[in-house]
Design a protein around this ligand. Structure first.
Ligand SMILES: Nc1ncnc2c1ncn2[C@@H]1O[C@H](COP(=O)(O)OP(=O)(O)OP(=O)(O)O)[C@@H](O)[C@H]1O
Ligand code: SF4
Ligand SMILES: [Mg+2]
Length: 374
């Protein structure tokens, strides 16, 4: 589908900090989990934005903040020019119709006691789309057809379907209220590999048919590559790099993305043998105690003695020939790394607050690669 220049979702410096409480009587706040910590992101109408990153980096929390299911601690989310956080009651309910979510685990998100018909009618009734019985019936059939399920599915219960079929029901439910944006949080992670591509293809077809905009959250680079126009790579509550999908895959510029990409095997055996692998060492630090400066500095093979551990890098366009302005990177040294002026060095894993100290010293090196960690 063609992507317009019009911005549908405008996320401005959004932070979501969860208080960590201790104490039975006084319920004292002893710290915060900085799940999302300053994210700027725009999604254009008709676009598919892929959000990728390791487990716990804040992808789902950001998705929920966009729906205002998790009201941001600070910052704002504008949807179609309207600040969602400022909406209340009926207005908010009405706006919610425009933004629907598809979850990772369709079994967990579909009430097992309801038939597919009643699951689909629920949202339609809530938004006044099922007033005319005959029209509602036609709509139900159209929805099933759109997601590739037979009409007979209407009378069945979620447990009577396979995982892939259940995800189709979850997608039909999201579609039932005519949304503009669908936030799909790990939509295929729970499915067999053979079924994943079918569901991804279905999402793409539906985008064309219904003019949808998507935010697709995944930890699997392969999933977002196929479906996304643009991709944001998240690390510890912030976007480390953002670019058009092709630009990101052909020229990753942030050290973290370079490491992620280097873990993806290349089909050509000659290139596969020769290509450089960047092994990330050390655990992902805890979002309750994120590193100072650049959040990636505890694991970065290009870390420098100045700036890296003191100044937080902004997401910025680079002055590199051939790199478009839309390709933005949060690294102080991205230009020098790309030109080869700065060389990679080995990183000694440093202990972070939440690390299990029993494993001890240099033996604790976390996953050998990001792919292993994901
Ligand atoms: N309601 C909550 N209260 C406290 N902490 C939370 C809450 N929800 C999430 N977190 C924490 O915020 C951080 C980010 O969580 P989030 O679920 O957004 O990560 P994620 O990137 O979606 O991970 P995954 O790939 O495992 O789904 C994690 O450390 C998580 O434990
Ligand atoms: S700012 Fe420094 S630590 Fe962060 S990614 Fe760039 S080189 Fe690495
Ligand atoms: Mg998640």
């Amino acid at each position: 589908m063609t992507v317009s220049d019009e911005i549908l979702v405008d996320v401005k410096d959004v932070k979501v900090h969860f208080p960590i409480k201790r104490g039975v009587i006084f319920d004292k706040t002893v710290g915060h989990v900085y799940a999302v910590d300053g994210v700027d992101l725009q999604i254009r109408k008709g676009e598919t934005y892929g959000l990728v990153g390791e487990s716990g980096c804040g992808k789902s929390t950001l998705g929920r903040a966009i729906l205002n299911l998790e009201p941001p601690t600070s910052g704002s989310v504008e949807f179609d020019g309207i600040d969602i956080a400022a909406l209340k009651g009926e207005e908010l309910r009405h706006k919610r119709q425009d933004i629907q979510m598809v979850f990772q685990d369709p079994m967990g998100s579909l009430d097992p006691r309801q038939t597919v018909e009643s699951l689909l009618l629920e949202g339609m009734k809530a938004h006044g789309l099922a007033k005319d019985g005959k029209q509602a019936n036609t709509r139900l059939r159209d929805l099933l057809k759109a997601v590739g399920l037979p009409v007979a599915a209407l009378k069945k219960y979620p447990h009577e379907f396979s995982g892939g079929q259940r995800q189709r029901i979850g997608i039909a439910r999201a579609l039932s209220v005519n949304p503009k944006l669908i936030v799909a949080d790990e939509p295929v992670s729970a499915l067999d590999v053979s079924v994943q591509a079918q569901v991804i293809n279905l999402l793409e077809e539906l985008q064309d048919e219904f003019g949808l905009t998507y935010l697709v959250v995944a930890h699997d680079l392969a999933v977002v590559r196929h479906i996304s126009d643009r991709i944001g790579v998240m690390y510890l509550g912030a976007i480390a790099e953002e670019a058009d999908a092709e630009d990101l895959y052909t020229k990753p510029l942030h050290p973290y993305t370079r490491a992620l990409m280097s873990a993806v095997p290349v089909p050509d055996p000659v290139i596969e043998d020769r290509r450089e692998r960047i092994l990330l060492q050390g655990d992902l630090p805890s979002p309750a105690n994120p590193p100072t400066g650049c959040r990636f500095h505890t694991r970065c093979p290009w870390r420098q003695d100045t700036k890296c551990d003191t100044e937080r890098p902004l997401l910025r366009s680079l002055k590199i020939a051939g790199v478009p302005e839309s390709h933005r990177v949060a690294c102080h040294w991205a230009e020098q790394i790309e030109s080869g002026e700065l060389k990679m060095h080995t990183v000694k894993a440093s202990l972070t607050a939440q690390t299990d100290l029993t494993s001890g010293g240099d033996d604790f090196l976390g996953p050998a690669s990001v792919q292993e960690a994901l």
